[in-house]
Design a protein around this ligand. Structure first.
Ligand code: MG
Length: 234
């Protein structure tokens, strides 16, 4: 019996990844850590220090220190906000996300947020765009976790907060590492390929189905529900 749908945020509920990718590439490259926007999509889901350490390992042969990571992440947040300010003020809602949330609500299911983001005022922003869907006690953010995605930790924490088992949940993710984390937590995972990566990356991480958009998920909701039951009983 399905009881909750666990939603990633960036690239699922908000079309925020272009801004994050721009900011990551600009700031990391300025610090002598060459990074392309597509690298940000490939590493999406990691915590800030996790992403930074991938690149300090590659170019400096060591992890980032806590101070370096804090400074880089602070700069990245500034550049992200500048990008958003120059592009309409804030990241827009992902097209179709509202329709998916309404389907989930109409099915009587809990909606749980599982994000690596540690931004302040997350709940205010969610409430402004998707009123009535999310509650603070059913949110896992970058501040709650020790490891972050692709470790299953955030999704296991979400199951615990919702008081349910993996078989009672479904995940909606857009990032390969997010799919990996959800699959490692034993949860049926739907991938929505809302970025520039090859859909095969999402399938290879174990997504049960890869859809091109949140709109497609809303339209094919019944099919996805049936697929989940088939998977659980096979
Ligand atoms: Mg995401």
């Amino acid at each position: 019996m399905l009881r909750a749908v666990l939603f990633d945020m960036d690239g699922v509920l908000f079309d925020s990844m272009p801004g994050h990718a721009f900011a990551w590439a600009k700031v990391m490259t300025a610090y002598g850590l060459p990074m392309e926007p597509v690298d940000a999509f490939e590493n999406e889901g990691r915590t800030g220090i996790g992403t930074i350490s991938i690149f300090t390992q590659r170019y400096w042969g060591r992890d980032a220190t806590e101070e370096e990571a804090q400074e880089l992440y602070r700069r990245k947040t500034v550049v992200f906000n500048e990008y958003q300010a120059a592009n309409g003020g804030e990241a827009p809602e992902m097209t179709g996300a509202g329709a998916v949330l309404n389907k989930v609500r109409d099915c009587g299911l809990m909606r749980v947020l599982v994000t690596g983001s540690a931004q302040q005022s997350l709940l205010t922003r969610l409430e402004a765009h998707y009123p009535g869907h999310f509650r603070p006690e059913l949110m896992v953010t970058g501040d709650d976790v020790r490891f972050g995605k692709p470790n299953p930790e955030p999704y296991l924490m979400a199951l615990k907060k919702a008081g349910i088992t993996a078989d009672e949940a479904m995940v909606v993710e857009n990032a390969p590492l997010g799919v990996r984390a959800a699959v490692a937590a034993g949860i049926f995972t739907v991938a929505v390929n809302t970025g520039p990566l090859d859909a095969k990356l999402l399938a290879d991480e174990g997504a049960a189905i890869v859809l091109p958009s949140m709109t497609a998920l809303a339209e094919r909701w019944e099919e996805v529900m049936k697929l989940r039951v088939d998977k659980l009983t096979s």
